[in-house]
Write a protein that binds this ligand. Structure first.
Ligand code: FAQ
Length: 311
């Protein structure tokens, strides 16, 4: 049965009120938010790695400056989201330890390699495009700090998506070799992008409760369908082919029928067996280890300062 507190809480959610950090909330609500927000934060931080790989090899100074700015934005999004999660009573250090131990996930998409410059286009266009599709509704999520973080982050993601599409446009209208590179990037990133929305609704363990709490606003399949509907015409505009022979407009549902991603591949990536899982976590572990002396220094300084104040 529902306690009076839980009942009053659900009534506030149903009325569209925002929940703020110091207010009462069910333990499950707090835990679910910590899980989702921290995984989102980890995705932003790990998400810097595939693109960071290309900063030194960007084709022009202008492209390099833009890519550098985008990757810096991702660091900012990560820090913003860690702060939102901290308001729920977990520390940055705990979240980092959960990431490194494999207890906390990050988006499956960042376990795929970035092989060519066209991949920078495909990531901006498809990966940021999918991120926006998911995050625009989350601006209305029930937890105040998360909702406000999403508003800010979505503005920057829109710029990221545009810059990716612009790279794709240049490549798709360039030499034959460049067009082939753009097509190859689309071929490799299409299904991993569809996986970003999570398992199909029948296999999504958290959707029902998260939607009742308005931690999630849409189901995974709803957002995936919206993404396909919006992206296919963009691929056509680019003159590129979506790597799905069964893709077809369905007049009745006013959307595309499309092939589901290979869910066994998705679960393998989640288990740590994707092409780059070890490399990505290895890079985060190294950054954590290399920064230990600095964290120790900060703690020692803070303790000394506190002792001086007490004296
Ligand atoms: N990857 O029951 P559900 C970005 C896990 S955008 C890995 O459906 P839920 C920007 C899920 O956690 C990317 N794991 O789960 C950028 C759960 O496992 P758990 C980040 C996944 O939470 C762009 C299990 O499967 N965005 O970084 C994935 O209700 C370019 C069962 O699934 C967000 O995180 C996946 N794709 O729905 C940066 C958005 N899908 O936790 C750089 C906020 C599912 O029990 C470059 N998050 N799982 O161990 C969400 O909206 C939701 O958490 C979903 C999953 C929709 C991702």
């Amino acid at each position: 049965g529902e306690t009076p507190e839980e009942h009053a809480f659900q009534a506030r959610i149903d009325a569209g009120e925002k929940i703020e950090p110091k207010e009462w909330m069910p333990e499950g609500y707090r835990k679910t938010l910590i899980r989702q927000i921290s995984q989102h934060a980890h995705s932003e931080i790990v998400g810097q790695l595939p693109e960071g790989n290309w900063i030194t090899r960007a084709p022009t100074l202008e492209r390099k400056a833009i890519l550098l700015a985008k990757v810096q934005d991702e660091a900012g999004h990560g820090l913003y989201l860690y702060s939102a999660a901290e308001t729920l009573g977990i520390s940055r250090d705990e979240m980092t330890e959960q990431l490194l131990s494999g207890k906390a996930k990050y988006s499956s998409i960042f376990n795929y390699p970035t092989l060519t410059w066209a991949d920078m286009g495909a990531i901006g266009w498809l990966v940021d495009g999918a991120a926006i599709m998911n995050q625009v509704p989350l601006q209305r999520t029930s937890y105040g700090p998360y909702s406000r973080a999403m508003i800010r982050i979505c503005k920057e993601e829109s710029f990221h998506q545009r810059q990716g599409f612009h790279i794709m446009m240049k490549m798709a209208r360039g030499t034959d070799a460049q067009r082939e590179m753009a097509q190859d990037a689309l071929n490799r990133f299409w299904y991993p992008s569809l996986m970003m929305f999570g398992p199909s609704d029948k296999d999504s363990v958290h959707s029902q409760q998260s939607m009742a709490w308005k931690i999630k606003i849409n189901t995974n399949d709803e957002l995936r369908q919206r993404f396909v509907n919006e992206t296919v015409p963009q691929a056509e505009f680019l003159g590129l082919t979506v790597p799905d022979p069964d893709l077809a407009w369905n007049e009745e549902k006013q959307g595309y029928d499309f092939t589901e991603p290979d869910w066994s591949e998705f679960y393998e990536v989640l288990k740590g067996n994707g092409p780059c899982n070890r490399e990505r976590l290895g890079a985060r572990q190294k950054a954590w280890d290399d920064g230990a002396w600095f964290r120790d220094g900060l703690t020692a300084y803070a303790e000394k300062a506190a002792a001086r104040r007490a004296a």
